[in-house]
Design a protein around this ligand. Structure first.
Ligand code: NAD
Length: 486
C-alpha cells in the first residue's frame, strides 16, 4: 500500500483543512532515510485564533448532546480507525520512523481503544445525590471544562492525539491539538476521521507549530485546560503558564524508570522486560525502564542472555514487516543519544554492545547496553530517550529500593521475581505512577497511566482521566424552611 505523506493542508479547523503559508515552514523528515516527505506551516496568530473560535462554538453544541450521542460518535471514529489501521500505521511509520511491525499493533489501534473506551463511558458520566438533614439534599452535575488544549510529543503522534481527545470529548469538551513539530502528520488524520464519524465542525482541531504556538494556546483565556505530553523542562514552563489563569493541567512528562531483576526471576521474562523497556520504538518511550538493576547472582547470566537475544534485532526498512528495530526520529535526537554514549564511556561504564551510529542514510543507532553503571553516572541520572540500557548491579532489596527511588522522576517502575510477597512489597515501595510485576510497558486503556514527582500531574486513560476533563457542580436543594438571623 502506498500512501501520500503530504497532507491536504497544514491545519484542520472547523471540520476542514486550512492553509496559511505565511506561517514558518516545517519540513517533515523520514527518520529511516533523512528524506523530506512533507511540508507544513506553523500556525500564525490568525490560525490559532480561528481554531480557538471554532472549538469554542463547537463545544456548546457538543455539550448539549446526550452522552449516548457523544459516545456513538467516538465509537464510530474507533471503528473507522480500525478499518484504516494499515494506512494509518504506514503514516505513523513515516511520521516517526517506527517499524510497521510495531505501528500496526501499538498506535492507531491504541487510539481506537481510547475512543471506544471513552465512547462507552460517555453516557454514564453522572453526578450523585447527597441526602442531608431535614430532607434537604445536594445533587452534583458533572460538567465539561470547555475548550481543552492538547500538546503532543513526537514518539506516539496518533496515540497521544487520541489519548487526549477521547476523554476530553467524552466529557463534552472541545479540543485544539498541537502535534509535535517533528511529527505533524498523524493527528490530522484523526481530525478527519472524527469529522467523518459525526463530530460537529470545530470539535477537534489541529494546528501545527513549534513551542511558541503551544505557548500561545496555553495562555489564551478561552482555554480551560491544557494536557501536555513532553519533557520535564517543557512541562515546567507549560504548568507555570497555565497557573496564571488557574487552568486545569495534565502533565505526562519524562522518566528514568527502574527495572529490578532479582536472582529468582525467570531469566527469559526478565530479559524480555528489559528489551521491551529499552528498545521498543528504538527506546523513544517515556516510561522506559532504562536503569536495569540486576542482582549480582544473576548478573552474568542476564548479560549473556541479553546479548544473545539482541542478535534478534532486525534493523532495516521500517515498512518491511520483518524489521523490528527502526531509526531514531531525527538528527537532533540521535545527536543527543550519541552525546550520552560518549559520556557513558568517559565516566567509566562498560559498553557491552552498540553505541556507534550506523553509517547509512537516516538516523540509525543500534540497541546499546552499558554494564557496570553506577548511580552517579550521567547516563544513570538523565533521560536519554534512545536505545540505551544501563545495567546496574545490586545485592539487597533495601539497598536497591533506595537507589531505584533516588531520582527526580517517577513515571514507571518494574520488578522481576518469582517471590510474590516480595513483588508486592517492592511495588508498594516504588515512587512511580505506573508499576509492573514480571512485565513491562503494557498500557491498556482500562488502566490509569501517569507519573509522580517530576514525571507528571494527573492521569490519562481509565476512569481516572474523567476527573481531569470534567468538573463537579454542587447544587444545594432546600426542602425545609429557610431560617435567617433577622
Ligand atoms: P518537548 O518537551 O520538547 O515537546 C513536547 C511538545 O511541547 C511539543 O509539541 C513542543 O512543540 C511543545 N512545546 C515546547 N515548548 C513549549 C512551550 N513553551 N509551551 C507550549 N508547548 C511547548 O518533548 P519531545 O522532545 O517532543 O518529546 C520527548 C519527551 O516527551 C520526553 O521527555 C518523553 O519522556 C516525554 N514523553 C512523555 C510521555 C508520557 O506520557 N509521560 C509520553 C511520550 C513522551
Amino acid at each position: 500500500m502506498s500512501i501520500n505523506t503530504q497532507p491536504t493542508a497544514s491545519h484542520y479547523i472547523g471540520g476542514a483543512y486550512v492553509e496559511d503559508t505565511s506561517g514558518a515552514p516545517i519540513d517533515v523528515v523520514y527518520g529511516a532515510t533523512g528524506e523530506v516527505i512533507a511540508r507544513v506551516h506553523a500556525a500564525t496568530p490568525a490560525i490559532v485564533d480561528r481554531a480557538l473560535e471554532a472549538a469554542t462554538a463547537a463545544q456548546k453544541t457538543w455539550a448539549a448532546m446526550s452522552g449516548t450521542e457523544r459516545g456513538r460518535v467516538l465509537r464510530r471514529a474507533a471503528d473507522l480507525i480500525r478499518e484504516r489501521n494499515r494506512e494509518l500505521s504506514i503514516l505513523e511509520t513515516y511520521d516517526t520512523g517506527k517499524p510497521l511491525q510495531e505501528t500496526l499493533v501499538a498506535d492507531a489501534t491504541s487510539g481506537a481503544d481510547a475512543l471506544e473506551y471513552f465512547g462507552g463511558l460517555a453516557a454514564s458520566l453522572t453526578g450523585e445525590t447527597i441526602p442531608l438533614a431535614g430532607g434537604d439534599m445536594v445533587y452534583t452535575l458533572r460538567e465539561p471544562l470547555g475548550v481543552c488544549v492538547g500538546i503532543g510529543a513526537w514518539n506516539y503522534p496518533t496515540q497521544i492525539a487520541c489519548w487526549k481527545a477521547a476523554p476530553a470529548l467524552a466529557c463534552g469538551n472541545a479540543m485544539v491539538f498541537k502535534p509535535s513539530e517533528t511529527t505533524p502528520l498523524c493527528a490530522l488524520k484523526i481530525a478527519e476521521i472524527l469529522t467523518e464519524a459525526g463530530a460537529p465542525p470545530g470539535l477537534f482541531n489541529v494546528v501545527q507549530g513549534m513551542g511558541e504556538v503551544g505557548a500561545a494556546l496555553v495562555t489564551d483565556p478561552r482555554v480551560a485546560k491544557v494536557s501536555l505530553t513532553g519533557s520535564v523542562p517543557t512541562g515546567k514552563k507549560v504548568y507555570a503558564a497555565a497557573a496564571g489563569e488557574m487552568k486545569h493541567v495534565t502533565m505526562e512528562l519524562g522518566g528514568k524508570s527502574p527495572i529490578i531483576v532479582f536472582d529468582d526471576a525467570d531469566l527469559e521474562d526478565a530479559v524480555s522486560g528489559a528489551i521491551l523497556g529499552n528498545f521498543y520504538s528504538s527506546g523513544q518511550v517515556c516510561s522506559n525502564g532504562t536503569r536495569v538493576f540486576v542482582q549480582t547472582g544473576i548478573r552474568d547470566a542476564f548479560l549473556k542472555r541479553l546479548t544473545e537475544r539482541l542478535a534478534g534485532a532486525v534493523l532495516g526498512d521500517p515498512l518491511d514487516e520483518a524489521t523490528n528495530f527502526g531509526p531514531m526520529v531525527s538528527e537532533g535526537q540521535i545527536g543527543i543519544v550519541e552525546r550520552y554514549v560518549r559520556l557513558g564511556i568517559e565516566e567509566g561504564a562498560e559498553l557491552v554492545t552498540g553505541g556507534a551510529r550506523i553509517e547509512r542514510d537516516g538516523y540509525w543507532m543500534p540497541p546499546t547496553v552499558f554494564a557496570g553503571v553506577t548511580d552517579e553516572m550521567t547516563i544513570a541520572r538523565e533521560e536519554i530517550f534512545g536505545p540505551v540500557m544501563c545495567v546496574l548491579d545490586f545485592d539487597g532489596e533495601d539497598e536497591v529500593m533506595a537507589r531505584a527511588n533516588a531520582t527526580e522522576f517517577g513515571l514507571a517502575a518494574g520488578v522481576f521475581t518469582r517471590d510474590l510477597a516480595r513483588a508486592h512489597r517492592v511495588v508498594r515501595g516504588f515512587e512511580a505512577g505506573t508499576c509492573f510485576i514480571n512485565s513491562y510497558n503494557d498500557a491498556p486503556v482500562e488502566a490509569p497511566f501517569g507519573g509522580v514527582k517530576m514525571s507528571g500531574v494527573g492521569r490519562e486513560n481509565s476512569k481516572a482521566a474523567i476527573e481531569h476533563y470534567s468538573q463537579v457542580k454542587s447544587v444545594y436543594l432546600r426542602l425545609s424552611p429557610l431560617e435567617a438571623p433577622f
